[in-house]
Design a protein around this ligand. Structure first.
Ligand code: CMX
Length: 440
């Protein structure tokens, strides 16, 4: 087996023993209570999942295996001469549970380089879609076409022992992550750059190579990609993309099917598609106001217009977070370092000063602060990546790191098929009348 695979298996075996012991002694302890409102309103705040790779705190933000984003920026290995973390290192941290050495991160870079070949039928399948198709449609279609390569599906068909499920799932996760930059870049060049493609550079790291294949060879853009791929990777288990990947995987659908399902969820405007919506919203505001440098007063008026037409302000609010998203702050720091005078980036900062008090004044928005999607687009536009419909594809490439590391853990821990209980309103009414107790 490979070095990383061995380390992962060792950790998973130890965790299995520990979890068995916890469940034997404490399995009947209550972890919370569920209210009727929670059942009707998106299951907010119900603790009902185990995801090992990261944990979200409403006030502080995400921690990956205990490390906050600034701590990741400090401790994760960097590309030579670079200042931002290598996503390879974050993947190692999420998978193995320990901070990687530079050698570990470089090892993953070379493994992903080796596994990055994308068979031709994947490109042909993408090419069969009209050029007008949304990049996320092309992306998920490409991933589905790649499912022909699943080791897990082949091994399952042969009758693999359930104790071994984790092994081909691990291989599928590594293969899939390795291949995603090529698929993403292909879609970008097909849709926006006259179908003129750029070969991978075997000397570059995973995110650097993605930038290169898209046609962005500026070193600071590569740094942005490393940061972007790191901060979008995971946000504990309950968000739509992570939960869907986990849920579909629990039916033993292979990692390609599970990840594609999760990314269909990421493509929703209340989740990952919000990153395109933010820039679309700002571009529309600029067009309506006739300026690329709106004042805070003009922005406030535009926000009110958005709200009064029954729309959300994209990039603001969160189901769990109750403070400015540290992923927003990390991007703001990047903006200050690399493009402090950029007008669009400055507009994003002015929006940040304007929107929270307005949302707060509505009295119903639980979190008026910006999330990760409020900032990312403006940084991309700075480098010329103005095609905002593509942004969610970048999010999806990054999100693979978290959801596929989690899927490896799901199978290594032998987690069962997920099947929570649902009820009908009729049953609820009977239960409230004391006539039905079957689901108490
Ligand atoms: N603009 C306007 N209204 C908002 C709002 C926003 N940014 N955020 C929340 N609200 C509204 C909700 O629509 C809801 O209104 P109704 O009661 O009329 O339906 C009310 O405030 C309460 O919602 P909430 O409990 O604060 O938020 P939810 O947990 O239901 O939803 C989220 C969270 C992210 C979907 C929501 O804040 C939103 O729609 N934000 C804009 C879209 C966005 O940026 N999504 C990206 C999230 C990050 C990611 O996953 O990538």
């Amino acid at each position: 087996m490979g070095i990383i695979k061995d380390r992962f298996k060792e950790k998973a075996d130890a965790a299995n023993v520990e979890i068995k012991d916890i469940l034997k002694t404490h399995g009947n302890k209550k972890i919370g209570e569920v209210t009727l409102a929670q059942a009707y309103q998106g299951m907010r705040g119900i603790t009902g999942l185990v995801t090992e790779t990261s944990l979200l705190d409403a006030q502080e933000g995400i921690r990956f295996r205990g490390y906050s984003i600034p701590e990741l920026q400090q401790h994760l290995p960097k590309a030579p001469g670079g200042g931002e973390p290598l996503p390879e290192g974050l993947f190692y941290l999420m998978l193995v549970g320990e901070m990687p050495t530079e050698e570990d991160a470089n090892h993953i870079t070379s493994v992903w380089q080796r596994r990055s070949h994308v068979p031709n039928h994947v490109f042909q399948t993408i090419d069969a879609l009209p050029i007008s198709a949304h990049p996320m449609t092309m992306f998920v279609t490409g991933v589905m076409a790649l499912q022909t390569e699943s080791n897990f599906a082949k091994e399952y068909a042969k009758g693999i022992n359930k104790k071994e499920y984790w092994n081909p799932v691990y291989d599928d996760a590594m293969d899939l992550i390795a291949r995603l930059p090529r698929i993403a870049a292909y879609i970008y060049r097909r849709k926006y750059k006259n179908n003129e493609h750029i070969h991978p550079n075997g000397l570059l790291d995973w995110a650097g190579n993605l930038a290169h294949m898209m046609g962005y060879d500026d070193e600071s853009f590569k740094e942005l990609m490393r940061l972007y791929m790191t901060i979008h990777a995971d946000h504990e288990g309950g968000n739509v993309s992570a939960h869907t990947t986990h849920l579909v995987g629990s039916a033993l659908s292979d990692p390609y099917l599970s990840y594609a399902a999760g990314m269909n969820g990421l493509a929703g405007p209340l989740h990952g598609l919000a990153n395109q919506e933010v820039i679309k919203w700002i571009f529309e505001m600029q067009a309506q106001l006739g300026t690329d440098d709106p004042t805070k007063e003009q922005i406030a008026d535009y926000v009110q217009k958005t709200l009064s037409s029954g729309k959300v302000v994209p990039g603001y609010g969160h189901a769990v977070l109750r403070k400015t998203d540290p992923r927003f702050t990390a991007q703001m720091e990047f903006g200050k370092k690399h493009m402090a005078d950029d007008k669009l980036v400055n507009t994003v900062w002015k929006v940040y000063e304007t929107v929270p008090p307005i949302l707060e004044s509505l009295g119903k928005v639980k979190n008026p602060w910006p999330n990760v999607d409020a900032h990312s687009g403006a940084l991309l536009v700075h480098y010329g990546l103005v095609e905002y419909e593509f942004y969610t594809v970048l999010f999806a490439v990054s999100r693979a790191l978290g959801v596929l590391a989690s899927l490896c853990w799901d199978r290594a821990l032998g987690l069962p098929i997920e099947r929570p209980k649902s009820v009908t309103t009729d049953a609820v009414k009977k239960w409230l009348d004391g006539k039905d107790e079957i689901w108490e």
